[in-house]
Design a protein around this ligand. Sequence first.
Ligand code: PXG
Length: 442
Amino acid sequence: MSSSSSSVPNNLDAFWMPFTANRQFKSNPRMLVSAKGMHYTNAEGGKVLDGTAGLWCCNAGHSDPRVVEAVSNQISEMDYAPAFQMGHPKVFELAARVSAMLPNGLDHVFFTNSGSESVDTALKIALAYHRARGEGTRTRFIGRERGYHGVGFGGITVGGIVANRKTFGPLLAGADHLSHTHLPEKNAYTRGLPEYGTELADELEKLVTLHDASNIAAVIVEPVAGSTGVIMPPKGYLERLRKICDKHGILLIFDEVITGFGRLGASFATEYFDVKPDLITMAKGLTGGTIPMGGVVCTKDIYDTFMTGPDNMIELFHGYTYSGHPVAAAAGLAALDCYQEDSLFERANDLAGYWEDALHSLKGCPHVTDLRNLGLIGAIELEPIPGKPTARAFDAFLKCYEKGVLIRTTGDIIALSPPLIIEKEHIDQIFDTIRSVLSELD
Ligand code: PXG
C-alpha cells in the first residue's frame, strides 16, 4: 500500500491519538479520507456533513481552491525560511492584515503554531511586560473554572477543567480562578447572551483583595467558552472584567482561539462585544485549519515597552522554529482572502438568527435540558444517564455520524460550530438529524 493511500491502514496501534479513547476508537475506527466545502467523505465512501468545522477551525469550509493553490505555490517557491534573525514577506503581510482586523491599538502579532502555544506566549509576554515596567512582582495569573486554554503547562494552570490538570503535578505557581458563569437554573434556554451572572465578574475584586494587585499579572478568559460545553458571558460581564483590570493595572487576555475569525458573526469577539483586551490569543481560523498556526496580538503599549535598550539586543527571548512559517503564512493570507471575498463573517451574522431558531426548535426533545447559542455556535445540553456521565452524548455523536452528520460532544453537551459557508439546508439537516437521534437515545 502506498503511504498516500486513502484506504484504512492495517495497523492502528502505533499512533497514540490525542484526547481520544484509543482502544474504543481502534476497535471501531471512524476514518475520514477527504473533504470539500461542507463535507467530509469517510473510508466507507459516505458523505459526512461537518457540523463542527473540523475542531472549530475550518471556518472557510474544506479545501477551498484559493487556499490549496496558495499553499502549493508557497511550498514550491520557498518551503521554509529561518524564523530568527531572518524574515520572509508573507509573514509581515499576514501580521498587518490580522492587526487591521482588530480594534486600533492591537497592532502587533507574535506567531506560534497552535492555540496552546499562543496561550503560553501571551502569559510569558504578560510577565515580561510587567517586569520591563519595573513591576516584576506581578506574577500571578487569574483564569476561570471550566476555562480551556490548551494543554501547555501555562494553559492548564489557568484553565479550569479538572481532567486536564489533575494528573500533571503542581502546575505553575500562584494561579487562581474566577467562578464559571454556567447558571442553567437561571439562564436555561436563553437565546444569545444570558441575563444572570454579570456580578460573577466582581469576584475579581475579591481575588485582588486576597492576592493584592501588585502580584497579579493578567486575567485570561475565553469571551465565549467553547471546549467546556459552550458557556456564554452574561450580559455586561466582559465589560466589568475590563473595568476591574483597568482599575488595578492587570492585563486582560482574551483567548479567541475559537471566537476569532468570524465565529460570532464579527471578526473577533473583541469587536462583537466591544470590549478591548490587552492581548488576544488566536489559532484555528487563522489559516482556516489548513496549516497549523497561531498568534498573539498585543497592544502598541505592550510592544513598545519591549522596544527599548540597545538596538542589537533581542527584546523577547521567545519564539518557535516555525513561528510565521511561510507555508502557514500563505495559508493564512489565503484564508483571510476567503473570509473577505466571500464576506463570511457577515454571512455568519446573517445566518445566526436562522441557526438560533433551528437550535431552539429542539426544546422539548427527549433528554434536552438546555440550549445555548451565539453567532454560529450552538450547544445542546443533555440529561446524563445516571451513573454514566458522557455516555448519552457520545451515543448521540455516534448515531449522528452514522446518519452523516459530524457533531462534537464534551461531557453530556453537544457543541456545534459549522464552517461559515454553511447553507440553510445544511442547518436543517444538522438539526433534523439531531432531533431524530435524540428520540432514539436510551
Ligand atoms: N484556547 C482555546 C479557547 C481553545 O478552544 C486552545 C486554546 C488550544 O488550541 P490548540 O491549537 O493548542 O489545540 C483551544 C483549543 C472542542 C475542541 O471540541 C476545542 C479545542 C481543541 C480541540 C477540541 O471543543 N480548542
